[in-house]
Ligand binder design. Structure first.
Ligand SMILES: Cc1cc2nc3c(=O)[nH]c(=O)nc-3n(C[C@H](O)[C@H](O)[C@H](O)COP(=O)(O)O)c2cc1C
Length: 195
């Protein structure tokens, strides 16, 4: 199995409806490591060497967080700033992450239709996620289509249950390396690749 590292960033997990349930569903899988960044670094003093070692020990990295200001909560950005060092993760001599894959797992307040050219947010999720995709690419990692849970404000509990089951399926597919690369390149969301 591929080893999967979930970089989990939710600053108020006790208030979470969606991400708490998603993470609870997958945290016990034996090929998955959950790295809860707000729990581990409440003061934001990230242990860079430890984090880099964690990255080296895994094949697939997941950036899992609610969508905040069309981006990620602050600690994930801090993690990227500090952990993805020049000369280690990128740059002429920074090739150590080459060949790994990255998946964004994100919940949003807005529904899928508002994330479009005609919709209220004017841009698609994939357009908003370009900085994440290009950061992965700069580190020679493959950025997979994102797994998105839209409509946090109106979503029913039964729908969250279904998304949690889907998330487990996604990790199982990634863990087994059971990905059709051609289909994946065509998909806007990872959600569209699974039942
Ligand atoms: C500070 C903050 C910023 C947010 N920014 C956005 C945003 O840019 N776009 C969006 O669709 N939802 C936004 N939301 C809504 C969250 O994405 C939503 O509450 C979250 O995904 C729900 O997940 P949870 O139940 O795990 O907390 C924001 C919420 C907060 C608190």
């Amino acid at each position: 199995m591929n080893r999967i590292l979930i970089e989990f960033a939710h600053p108020a997990i006790q208030k979470s409806r969606i991400n708490r349930q998603l993470i609870d569903m997958v945290k016990k899988l034996d090929y998955v490591t959950v790295n809860d960044l707000y729990e581990n670094y409440p003061d934001f003093f990230i242990d860079v060497k430890k984090e880099q070692q964690l990255l080296l020990n895994h094949d697939i990295i997941i950036w899992h967080h609610p969508f905040y200001w069309y981006s990620a909560p602050a600690i994930l950005i801090e993690w990227m700033d500090l952990v993805l060092e020049h000369g280690w993760a990128y740059g002429e001599h920074g090739r150590i992450l080459e060949g790994k894959s990255v998946l964004s797992v994100i919940s949003t307040g807005g529904r899928r239709e508002v994330y479009s050219k005609e919709g209220r947010n004017q841009y698609t999720m994939n357009e908003f996620l370009v900085p994440f995709k290009q950061s992965a690419n700069l580190c020679r990692m493959e950025y997979l289509p994102p797994f998105i849970v839209h409509g946090a404000h109106t979503i029913k509990n039964s729908e969250i249950d279904a998304y949690a089951v889907q998330y487990k399926k996604v990790l199982n597919i990634l863990g087994r390396g059971d990905i059709d690369k051609i289909e994946m390149k065509k998909a806007a969301y990872f959600n569209d690749l699974i039942e």
